[in-house]
Design a protein around this ligand. Structure first.
Ligand code: UDX
Length: 455
Protein backbone atom coordinates (compact mmCIF):
# COMPACT_ATOMS: atom_id res chain seq x y z
CA UNK A 1 0.00 0.00 0.00
CA UNK A 2 1.16 3.51 -0.78
CA UNK A 3 1.39 6.80 1.03
CA UNK A 4 -0.65 9.17 -1.12
CA UNK A 5 -1.14 12.94 -0.92
CA UNK A 6 -3.97 14.58 -2.83
CA UNK A 7 -3.90 18.28 -3.69
CA UNK A 8 -7.35 19.88 -3.85
CA UNK A 9 -10.54 18.62 -2.25
CA UNK A 10 -13.11 19.36 -4.95
CA UNK A 11 -15.02 16.71 -6.86
CA UNK A 12 -11.90 15.20 -8.40
CA UNK A 13 -9.44 15.36 -5.49
CA UNK A 14 -11.66 14.51 -2.55
CA UNK A 15 -13.44 11.62 -4.25
CA UNK A 16 -10.12 10.18 -5.46
CA UNK A 17 -8.57 10.55 -1.99
CA UNK A 18 -11.47 8.88 -0.22
CA UNK A 19 -11.56 6.02 -2.75
CA UNK A 20 -7.79 5.44 -2.42
CA UNK A 21 -8.26 5.24 1.37
CA UNK A 22 -11.17 2.85 0.91
CA UNK A 23 -8.80 0.63 -1.11
CA UNK A 24 -6.36 0.57 1.81
CA UNK A 25 -3.87 3.30 0.90
CA UNK A 26 -2.73 5.91 3.44
CA UNK A 27 -4.10 9.24 2.21
CA UNK A 28 -3.57 12.89 3.12
CA UNK A 29 -5.89 15.40 1.44
CA UNK A 30 -4.49 18.91 1.18
CA UNK A 31 -6.51 22.07 0.76
CA UNK A 32 -5.65 25.72 1.36
CA UNK A 33 -9.07 26.44 2.90
CA UNK A 34 -8.90 26.03 6.73
CA UNK A 35 -12.69 25.95 7.12
CA UNK A 36 -13.01 23.22 4.53
CA UNK A 37 -10.33 21.16 6.29
CA UNK A 38 -12.11 21.59 9.63
CA UNK A 39 -15.40 20.52 8.08
CA UNK A 40 -13.85 17.39 6.57
CA UNK A 41 -12.15 16.50 9.85
CA UNK A 42 -15.54 16.59 11.55
CA UNK A 43 -16.91 14.19 8.93
CA UNK A 44 -18.65 16.72 6.69
CA UNK A 45 -18.22 16.84 2.93
CA UNK A 46 -17.79 20.24 1.24
CA UNK A 47 -19.57 18.85 -1.83
CA UNK A 48 -22.96 17.19 -2.25
CA UNK A 49 -22.17 13.67 -3.43
CA UNK A 50 -24.08 10.45 -2.74
CA UNK A 51 -22.22 8.10 -0.37
CA UNK A 52 -19.20 10.37 0.06
CA UNK A 53 -19.67 11.43 3.69
CA UNK A 54 -20.16 7.83 4.82
CA UNK A 55 -16.88 6.79 3.17
CA UNK A 56 -15.09 9.86 4.56
CA UNK A 57 -16.20 9.05 8.10
CA UNK A 58 -15.44 5.33 7.80
CA UNK A 59 -11.90 5.88 6.53
CA UNK A 60 -11.19 8.74 8.93
CA UNK A 61 -12.12 6.46 11.84
CA UNK A 62 -9.88 3.74 10.42
CA UNK A 63 -7.01 6.30 10.28
CA UNK A 64 -6.56 5.81 6.54
CA UNK A 65 -7.34 9.42 5.61
CA UNK A 66 -6.50 12.80 7.05
CA UNK A 67 -7.10 16.40 5.97
CA UNK A 68 -4.64 19.24 6.27
CA UNK A 69 -3.54 22.63 5.05
CA UNK A 70 0.08 21.67 5.81
CA UNK A 71 1.15 20.75 2.28
CA UNK A 72 4.85 20.58 3.10
CA UNK A 73 4.40 17.73 5.51
CA UNK A 74 1.93 15.93 3.27
CA UNK A 75 4.10 16.10 0.12
CA UNK A 76 7.38 15.41 1.93
CA UNK A 77 6.42 11.90 2.98
CA UNK A 78 4.25 10.90 -0.01
CA UNK A 79 5.15 8.21 -2.55
CA UNK A 80 2.73 9.84 -4.97
CA UNK A 81 1.04 13.24 -5.04
CA UNK A 82 -2.22 13.39 -7.00
CA UNK A 83 -3.24 16.82 -8.26
CA UNK A 84 -6.98 17.41 -8.46
CA UNK A 85 -7.22 21.20 -8.44
CA UNK A 86 -9.40 23.13 -10.86
CA UNK A 87 -8.42 24.27 -14.35
CA UNK A 88 -11.14 26.88 -14.92
CA UNK A 89 -11.94 28.18 -18.35
CA UNK A 90 -10.53 31.57 -19.34
CA UNK A 91 -12.42 34.02 -21.56
CA UNK A 92 -10.61 32.77 -24.70
CA UNK A 93 -11.55 29.12 -23.93
CA UNK A 94 -8.08 28.12 -22.72
CA UNK A 95 -7.58 26.43 -19.34
CA UNK A 96 -6.28 28.45 -16.40
CA UNK A 97 -3.35 26.44 -15.07
CA UNK A 98 -2.34 28.71 -12.21
CA UNK A 99 -3.65 26.36 -9.48
CA UNK A 100 -1.66 23.47 -10.94
CA UNK A 101 1.44 25.65 -11.14
CA UNK A 102 1.08 26.64 -7.47
CA UNK A 103 0.80 23.02 -6.36
CA UNK A 104 3.67 21.96 -8.64
CA UNK A 105 5.93 24.54 -7.04
CA UNK A 106 4.90 23.50 -3.53
CA UNK A 107 5.70 19.90 -4.40
CA UNK A 108 9.10 20.87 -5.82
CA UNK A 109 9.96 22.74 -2.63
CA UNK A 110 8.72 20.00 -0.27
CA UNK A 111 9.71 16.55 -1.53
CA UNK A 112 12.68 14.82 0.09
CA UNK A 113 12.54 11.47 -1.72
CA UNK A 114 11.65 10.20 -5.21
CA UNK A 115 8.02 11.11 -5.89
CA UNK A 116 5.49 10.43 -8.58
CA UNK A 117 3.25 13.42 -9.33
CA UNK A 118 -0.03 12.38 -10.89
CA UNK A 119 -2.18 14.99 -12.60
CA UNK A 120 -5.88 14.14 -12.44
CA UNK A 121 -7.08 17.60 -13.43
CA UNK A 122 -8.02 18.03 -17.09
CA UNK A 123 -5.14 19.83 -18.78
CA UNK A 124 -4.32 20.74 -22.39
CA UNK A 125 -2.27 18.15 -24.23
CA UNK A 126 1.40 18.66 -23.48
CA UNK A 127 0.83 20.40 -20.13
CA UNK A 128 2.23 17.56 -18.07
CA UNK A 129 5.56 17.77 -19.90
CA UNK A 130 5.67 21.40 -18.81
CA UNK A 131 4.59 20.61 -15.24
CA UNK A 132 7.44 18.11 -14.99
CA UNK A 133 9.95 20.66 -16.29
CA UNK A 134 8.53 23.28 -13.92
CA UNK A 135 8.95 20.96 -10.92
CA UNK A 136 12.50 20.10 -11.95
CA UNK A 137 13.30 23.82 -12.20
CA UNK A 138 12.15 24.43 -8.63
CA UNK A 139 13.35 21.20 -6.97
CA UNK A 140 15.14 21.89 -3.70
CA UNK A 141 16.47 18.40 -2.98
CA UNK A 142 18.34 15.97 -5.20
CA UNK A 143 15.45 13.57 -5.85
CA UNK A 144 13.63 12.13 -8.88
CA UNK A 145 10.19 13.52 -9.67
CA UNK A 146 8.19 12.26 -12.62
CA UNK A 147 4.79 13.50 -13.74
CA UNK A 148 2.07 11.10 -14.90
CA UNK A 149 -1.37 11.76 -16.33
CA UNK A 150 -4.37 9.98 -14.86
CA UNK A 151 -7.53 11.70 -16.11
CA UNK A 152 -10.78 11.44 -14.22
CA UNK A 153 -14.10 10.42 -15.78
CA UNK A 154 -16.48 10.75 -12.85
CA UNK A 155 -19.87 12.38 -13.29
CA UNK A 156 -21.31 14.51 -10.50
CA UNK A 157 -23.97 12.78 -8.44
CA UNK A 158 -22.40 9.35 -9.01
CA UNK A 159 -18.77 10.31 -8.37
CA UNK A 160 -17.99 7.64 -5.75
CA UNK A 161 -19.58 4.85 -7.77
CA UNK A 162 -17.93 6.10 -10.97
CA UNK A 163 -14.54 5.97 -9.24
CA UNK A 164 -14.90 2.63 -7.47
CA UNK A 165 -16.54 1.00 -10.49
CA UNK A 166 -14.90 2.97 -13.31
CA UNK A 167 -15.17 1.46 -16.78
CA UNK A 168 -11.48 2.11 -17.29
CA UNK A 169 -8.49 3.71 -15.61
CA UNK A 170 -6.27 5.69 -17.97
CA UNK A 171 -2.64 6.05 -17.00
CA UNK A 172 -0.23 8.09 -19.07
CA UNK A 173 3.43 7.65 -18.14
CA UNK A 174 6.89 8.06 -19.60
CA UNK A 175 8.77 5.40 -17.60
CA UNK A 176 8.19 1.86 -16.33
CA UNK A 177 8.80 3.08 -12.76
CA UNK A 178 5.83 5.46 -13.00
CA UNK A 179 3.67 2.97 -14.87
CA UNK A 180 4.33 0.25 -12.34
CA UNK A 181 3.58 2.46 -9.35
CA UNK A 182 0.26 3.57 -10.85
CA UNK A 183 -0.63 -0.02 -11.77
CA UNK A 184 0.01 -1.00 -8.15
CA UNK A 185 -1.94 1.95 -6.72
CA UNK A 186 -4.96 0.91 -8.83
CA UNK A 187 -4.47 -2.84 -8.37
CA UNK A 188 -6.94 -3.10 -5.42
CA UNK A 189 -9.71 -1.49 -7.54
CA UNK A 190 -9.68 -4.53 -9.86
CA UNK A 191 -10.58 -2.41 -12.89
CA UNK A 192 -9.34 -2.40 -16.52
CA UNK A 193 -6.25 -0.21 -16.83
CA UNK A 194 -5.24 1.35 -20.16
CA UNK A 195 -1.60 2.36 -20.12
CA UNK A 196 -0.49 4.91 -22.72
CA UNK A 197 1.96 7.78 -23.00
CA UNK A 198 1.31 11.07 -21.23
CA UNK A 199 0.03 13.05 -24.20
CA UNK A 200 -2.34 10.32 -25.30
CA UNK A 201 -3.77 10.14 -21.78
CA UNK A 202 -4.36 13.89 -21.81
CA UNK A 203 -6.05 13.61 -25.20
CA UNK A 204 -8.24 10.65 -24.14
CA UNK A 205 -9.88 12.85 -21.53
CA UNK A 206 -10.80 15.63 -23.96
CA UNK A 207 -11.69 13.28 -26.80
CA UNK A 208 -14.05 11.30 -24.51
CA UNK A 209 -15.81 14.29 -22.97
CA UNK A 210 -16.11 16.12 -26.26
CA UNK A 211 -17.46 13.03 -27.98
CA UNK A 212 -20.25 12.85 -25.40
CA UNK A 213 -20.92 16.58 -25.77
CA UNK A 214 -21.02 16.08 -29.52
CA UNK A 215 -23.48 13.20 -29.13
CA UNK A 216 -25.83 15.44 -27.11
CA UNK A 217 -25.53 18.36 -29.54
CA UNK A 218 -26.13 16.01 -32.46
CA UNK A 219 -29.34 14.78 -30.83
CA UNK A 220 -30.39 18.37 -30.12
CA UNK A 221 -29.74 19.26 -33.76
CA UNK A 222 -31.80 16.29 -34.94
CA UNK A 223 -34.49 17.19 -32.37
CA UNK A 224 -34.82 20.67 -33.83
CA UNK A 225 -35.27 19.11 -37.25
CA UNK A 226 -37.79 16.60 -35.84
CA UNK A 227 -39.96 19.51 -34.73
CA UNK A 228 -40.01 20.84 -38.29
CA UNK A 229 -40.76 17.53 -40.01
CA UNK A 230 -43.20 16.15 -37.46
CA UNK A 231 -41.02 13.37 -36.03
CA UNK A 232 -40.56 12.61 -32.31
CA UNK A 233 -36.94 12.68 -31.06
CA UNK A 234 -37.64 10.24 -28.24
CA UNK A 235 -38.91 7.62 -30.68
CA UNK A 236 -36.01 8.41 -32.99
CA UNK A 237 -33.51 7.99 -30.12
CA UNK A 238 -35.07 4.70 -29.09
CA UNK A 239 -34.84 3.41 -32.61
CA UNK A 240 -31.21 4.46 -32.85
CA UNK A 241 -30.27 3.01 -29.48
CA UNK A 242 -30.67 -0.63 -30.56
CA UNK A 243 -27.65 -0.23 -32.79
CA UNK A 244 -24.82 -1.19 -30.46
CA UNK A 245 -22.43 0.98 -32.45
CA UNK A 246 -24.51 3.99 -31.38
CA UNK A 247 -25.48 2.81 -27.89
CA UNK A 248 -28.38 3.92 -25.72
CA UNK A 249 -26.68 6.51 -23.51
CA UNK A 250 -26.41 10.28 -23.98
CA UNK A 251 -29.12 10.36 -26.61
CA UNK A 252 -31.46 12.62 -24.64
CA UNK A 253 -32.29 15.83 -26.46
CA UNK A 254 -33.07 18.81 -24.27
CA UNK A 255 -32.08 22.28 -23.29
CA UNK A 256 -28.36 21.66 -23.76
CA UNK A 257 -25.47 20.35 -21.70
CA UNK A 258 -24.05 22.16 -18.69
CA UNK A 259 -21.80 21.25 -15.77
CA UNK A 260 -18.14 21.63 -15.00
CA UNK A 261 -16.77 19.54 -17.87
CA UNK A 262 -18.53 19.47 -21.23
CA UNK A 263 -18.80 23.25 -21.78
CA UNK A 264 -15.24 23.81 -20.57
CA UNK A 265 -13.64 20.86 -22.33
CA UNK A 266 -15.29 21.53 -25.70
CA UNK A 267 -14.04 25.11 -25.63
CA UNK A 268 -10.60 24.01 -24.43
CA UNK A 269 -10.14 21.48 -27.24
CA UNK A 270 -11.36 24.01 -29.78
CA UNK A 271 -8.74 26.39 -28.40
CA UNK A 272 -6.00 23.72 -28.49
CA UNK A 273 -6.88 23.03 -32.13
CA UNK A 274 -6.69 26.73 -32.99
CA UNK A 275 -3.31 27.00 -31.25
CA UNK A 276 -2.13 24.17 -33.47
CA UNK A 277 -3.50 25.75 -36.66
CA UNK A 278 -6.28 23.23 -36.94
CA UNK A 279 -9.99 23.81 -37.20
CA UNK A 280 -11.89 21.21 -35.16
CA UNK A 281 -15.19 21.62 -36.99
CA UNK A 282 -17.14 18.91 -35.16
CA UNK A 283 -16.44 20.27 -31.69
CA UNK A 284 -17.11 23.84 -32.81
CA UNK A 285 -20.50 22.73 -34.11
CA UNK A 286 -21.27 21.07 -30.76
CA UNK A 287 -20.44 24.33 -28.95
CA UNK A 288 -22.58 26.45 -31.27
CA UNK A 289 -25.59 24.14 -31.13
CA UNK A 290 -25.41 24.04 -27.35
CA UNK A 291 -25.36 27.82 -27.12
CA UNK A 292 -28.55 28.31 -29.09
CA UNK A 293 -30.22 25.31 -27.49
CA UNK A 294 -30.02 26.83 -24.02
CA UNK A 295 -32.33 29.74 -24.78
CA UNK A 296 -34.46 28.04 -27.41
CA UNK A 297 -37.52 27.65 -25.18
CA UNK A 298 -37.18 31.15 -23.78
CA UNK A 299 -37.19 32.52 -27.34
CA UNK A 300 -40.17 30.36 -28.24
CA UNK A 301 -42.08 31.53 -25.17
CA UNK A 302 -41.16 35.14 -25.95
CA UNK A 303 -42.84 34.81 -29.35
CA UNK A 304 -45.94 33.23 -27.88
CA UNK A 305 -46.38 35.66 -24.98
CA UNK A 306 -45.23 38.95 -26.56
CA UNK A 307 -44.04 40.13 -23.11
CA UNK A 308 -42.90 38.66 -19.80
CA UNK A 309 -43.45 41.97 -18.02
CA UNK A 310 -45.52 41.42 -14.86
CA UNK A 311 -46.03 37.71 -15.58
CA UNK A 312 -45.58 35.10 -12.89
CA UNK A 313 -43.08 32.60 -14.28
CA UNK A 314 -42.56 29.23 -12.58
CA UNK A 315 -39.05 27.83 -13.03
CA UNK A 316 -38.70 24.17 -12.11
CA UNK A 317 -35.08 23.06 -11.71
CA UNK A 318 -31.99 25.26 -11.37
CA UNK A 319 -29.02 22.86 -11.29
CA UNK A 320 -27.32 21.66 -14.50
CA UNK A 321 -28.62 18.14 -13.88
CA UNK A 322 -30.38 16.24 -11.05
CA UNK A 323 -28.44 14.77 -8.13
CA UNK A 324 -26.13 17.76 -7.63
CA UNK A 325 -26.31 21.29 -6.21
CA UNK A 326 -23.90 22.49 -8.91
CA UNK A 327 -25.07 25.37 -11.11
CA UNK A 328 -22.07 25.66 -13.38
CA UNK A 329 -23.21 26.36 -16.97
CA UNK A 330 -26.78 25.43 -16.00
CA UNK A 331 -29.47 26.57 -18.46
CA UNK A 332 -31.20 28.34 -15.54
CA UNK A 333 -28.26 30.75 -15.34
CA UNK A 334 -28.87 31.80 -18.95
CA UNK A 335 -32.64 31.98 -18.78
CA UNK A 336 -33.53 33.41 -15.37
CA UNK A 337 -31.56 36.68 -15.79
CA UNK A 338 -33.23 37.19 -19.17
CA UNK A 339 -36.66 36.61 -17.62
CA UNK A 340 -35.88 39.10 -14.85
CA UNK A 341 -34.62 41.63 -17.34
CA UNK A 342 -37.89 41.33 -19.20
CA UNK A 343 -39.79 42.11 -15.99
CA UNK A 344 -40.97 38.62 -15.01
CA UNK A 345 -41.76 37.65 -11.42
CA UNK A 346 -39.89 34.36 -11.22
CA UNK A 347 -40.91 31.69 -8.71
CA UNK A 348 -38.11 29.12 -8.74
CA UNK A 349 -38.02 25.66 -7.24
CA UNK A 350 -35.13 23.22 -7.00
CA UNK A 351 -34.78 20.45 -4.38
CA UNK A 352 -31.14 21.33 -3.57
CA UNK A 353 -29.91 24.13 -5.83
CA UNK A 354 -31.87 27.04 -4.34
CA UNK A 355 -29.21 28.05 -1.82
CA UNK A 356 -26.47 28.31 -4.42
CA UNK A 357 -28.76 30.10 -6.87
CA UNK A 358 -29.86 32.64 -4.26
CA UNK A 359 -26.21 33.60 -3.72
CA UNK A 360 -26.11 34.70 -7.35
CA UNK A 361 -29.68 36.02 -7.51
CA UNK A 362 -30.84 36.97 -3.98
CA UNK A 363 -34.57 36.77 -3.33
CA UNK A 364 -36.53 39.97 -3.94
CA UNK A 365 -36.85 42.65 -6.55
CA UNK A 366 -34.29 42.27 -9.36
CA UNK A 367 -34.35 45.09 -11.86
CA UNK A 368 -37.74 45.21 -13.50
CA UNK A 369 -38.72 41.78 -12.20
CA UNK A 370 -38.38 39.78 -9.00
CA UNK A 371 -37.33 36.34 -7.81
CA UNK A 372 -38.89 34.21 -5.07
CA UNK A 373 -37.72 30.75 -4.03
CA UNK A 374 -40.54 28.27 -3.63
CA UNK A 375 -40.44 25.35 -1.20
CA UNK A 376 -41.96 22.95 -3.71
CA UNK A 377 -43.09 22.75 -7.31
CA UNK A 378 -46.74 23.36 -6.41
CA UNK A 379 -45.90 26.64 -4.69
CA UNK A 380 -43.94 27.79 -7.76
CA UNK A 381 -46.81 26.84 -10.08
CA UNK A 382 -49.62 28.45 -8.08
CA UNK A 383 -51.22 31.12 -10.29
CA UNK A 384 -48.29 31.13 -12.75
CA UNK A 385 -48.76 32.37 -16.32
CA UNK A 386 -46.03 30.16 -17.71
CA UNK A 387 -43.72 27.40 -16.51
CA UNK A 388 -40.19 26.42 -17.63
CA UNK A 389 -38.68 23.05 -16.73
CA UNK A 390 -34.88 23.13 -16.70
CA UNK A 391 -33.86 20.06 -14.62
CA UNK A 392 -35.38 16.60 -14.52
CA UNK A 393 -35.38 16.11 -10.72
CA UNK A 394 -37.67 13.28 -9.47
CA UNK A 395 -39.64 15.88 -7.48
CA UNK A 396 -40.33 17.79 -10.70
CA UNK A 397 -41.14 14.70 -12.76
CA UNK A 398 -43.69 13.87 -10.07
CA UNK A 399 -45.83 16.91 -10.98
CA UNK A 400 -48.90 15.49 -12.75
CA UNK A 401 -50.26 17.02 -15.97
CA UNK A 402 -53.49 17.82 -14.12
CA UNK A 403 -51.51 19.80 -11.51
CA UNK A 404 -50.42 22.32 -14.14
CA UNK A 405 -54.02 22.73 -15.23
CA UNK A 406 -55.27 23.06 -11.65
CA UNK A 407 -52.53 25.26 -10.22
CA UNK A 408 -51.52 27.63 -13.01
CA UNK A 409 -53.39 30.73 -14.11
CA UNK A 410 -52.64 29.72 -17.72
CA UNK A 411 -51.49 26.12 -18.18
CA UNK A 412 -48.56 26.89 -20.49
CA UNK A 413 -45.45 24.71 -20.05
CA UNK A 414 -42.02 24.78 -21.75
CA UNK A 415 -40.28 21.53 -20.89
CA UNK A 416 -36.52 21.58 -21.53
CA UNK A 417 -36.09 17.99 -20.40
CA UNK A 418 -38.95 16.18 -22.12
CA UNK A 419 -40.19 14.79 -18.80
CA UNK A 420 -43.91 14.65 -19.63
CA UNK A 421 -45.87 12.61 -22.16
CA UNK A 422 -47.22 14.87 -24.90
CA UNK A 423 -50.56 13.02 -25.01
CA UNK A 424 -51.02 13.21 -21.24
CA UNK A 425 -50.46 16.98 -21.30
CA UNK A 426 -52.94 17.30 -24.15
CA UNK A 427 -55.45 15.19 -22.25
CA UNK A 428 -55.04 17.42 -19.20
CA UNK A 429 -55.58 20.55 -21.30
CA UNK A 430 -52.04 21.92 -20.92
CA UNK A 431 -50.44 23.93 -23.72
CA UNK A 432 -47.11 22.19 -23.96
CA UNK A 433 -43.80 22.70 -25.78
CA UNK A 434 -40.82 20.40 -25.36
CA UNK A 435 -37.72 19.58 -27.43
CA UNK A 436 -37.94 17.63 -30.67
CA UNK A 437 -41.48 16.40 -30.07
CA UNK A 438 -44.90 17.47 -31.27
CA UNK A 439 -46.29 20.35 -29.24
CA UNK A 440 -49.75 20.85 -27.80
CA UNK A 441 -50.74 24.21 -29.30
CA UNK A 442 -53.24 26.64 -27.89
CA UNK A 443 -55.72 25.72 -30.62
CA UNK A 444 -55.75 22.07 -29.50
CA UNK A 445 -56.56 23.14 -25.94
CA UNK A 446 -59.34 25.47 -27.09
CA UNK A 447 -60.75 22.75 -29.32
CA UNK A 448 -60.78 20.41 -26.35
CA UNK A 449 -62.60 22.98 -24.24
CA UNK A 450 -65.24 23.43 -26.95
CA UNK A 451 -65.79 19.71 -27.39
CA UNK A 452 -65.82 19.12 -23.66
CA UNK A 453 -64.22 16.39 -21.54
CA UNK A 454 -66.45 13.63 -23.00
CA UNK A 455 -64.36 13.24 -26.17
C1 UDX B 1 -19.46 14.65 -17.37
C2 UDX B 1 -19.02 13.26 -17.86
O1 UDX B 1 -20.14 12.37 -17.85
C3 UDX B 1 -17.90 12.72 -17.01
O2 UDX B 1 -17.44 11.48 -17.54
C4 UDX B 1 -16.75 13.75 -16.99
O3 UDX B 1 -15.68 13.30 -16.21
C5 UDX B 1 -17.25 15.09 -16.49
O4 UDX B 1 -18.34 15.52 -17.30
P1 UDX B 1 -21.10 15.61 -15.51
O5 UDX B 1 -20.81 16.94 -16.09
O6 UDX B 1 -21.06 15.44 -14.04
O7 UDX B 1 -20.07 14.51 -16.10
O8 UDX B 1 -22.57 15.18 -15.96
P2 UDX B 1 -23.28 14.34 -17.10
O9 UDX B 1 -24.23 13.42 -16.44
O10 UDX B 1 -22.34 13.75 -18.04
O11 UDX B 1 -24.16 15.47 -17.82
C6 UDX B 1 -23.58 16.61 -18.43
C7 UDX B 1 -24.63 17.47 -19.08
O12 UDX B 1 -25.16 16.84 -20.25
C8 UDX B 1 -25.86 17.77 -18.20
O13 UDX B 1 -26.22 19.11 -18.33
C9 UDX B 1 -26.93 16.86 -18.74
O14 UDX B 1 -28.22 17.37 -18.55
C10 UDX B 1 -26.58 16.84 -20.22
N1 UDX B 1 -27.06 15.64 -20.93
C11 UDX B 1 -26.57 14.41 -20.60
C12 UDX B 1 -28.01 15.77 -21.94
O15 UDX B 1 -28.47 16.88 -22.25
N2 UDX B 1 -28.42 14.64 -22.60
C13 UDX B 1 -27.96 13.39 -22.31
O16 UDX B 1 -28.38 12.43 -22.97
C14 UDX B 1 -27.01 13.28 -21.27
Amino acid sequence: MYNIAVAGTGYVGLVAGVCFAEMGHQVTCVDIDEDKVELMRSGGSPIFETGLEELMQKNYKADRIEYTTDYENAYRSADAVFIGVGTPEQPDGSANLSYIATVARQIAESVESDTLVVVKSTVPVGTNDKVEQFIHDFLVNDVQVEVASNPEFLAQGSAVKDTLEAERIIIGTESTWAEQMLQEIYEPFKLPVVSVNRRSAEMIKYASNDFLALKISYMNDIANLCERVGADIQDVAEGMSYDERIGSKFLNAGIGFGGSCFPKDTKALDYIAQQNNYELKTVRAAIDINKSQKTKLFDKAGDRLITFDGLKVAVLGLTFKPGTDDLREAPSLENVPQLLEKGADVFAYDPVGTDNFSHIHPEGKRGKGSITYALNAEEALEDANVCFIFTEWGEIKAVEPDDYKKLMRTPLVYDGRNIHEVDAMKQAGVEYYSVGRPSVEREAIKERAVHGIQQ
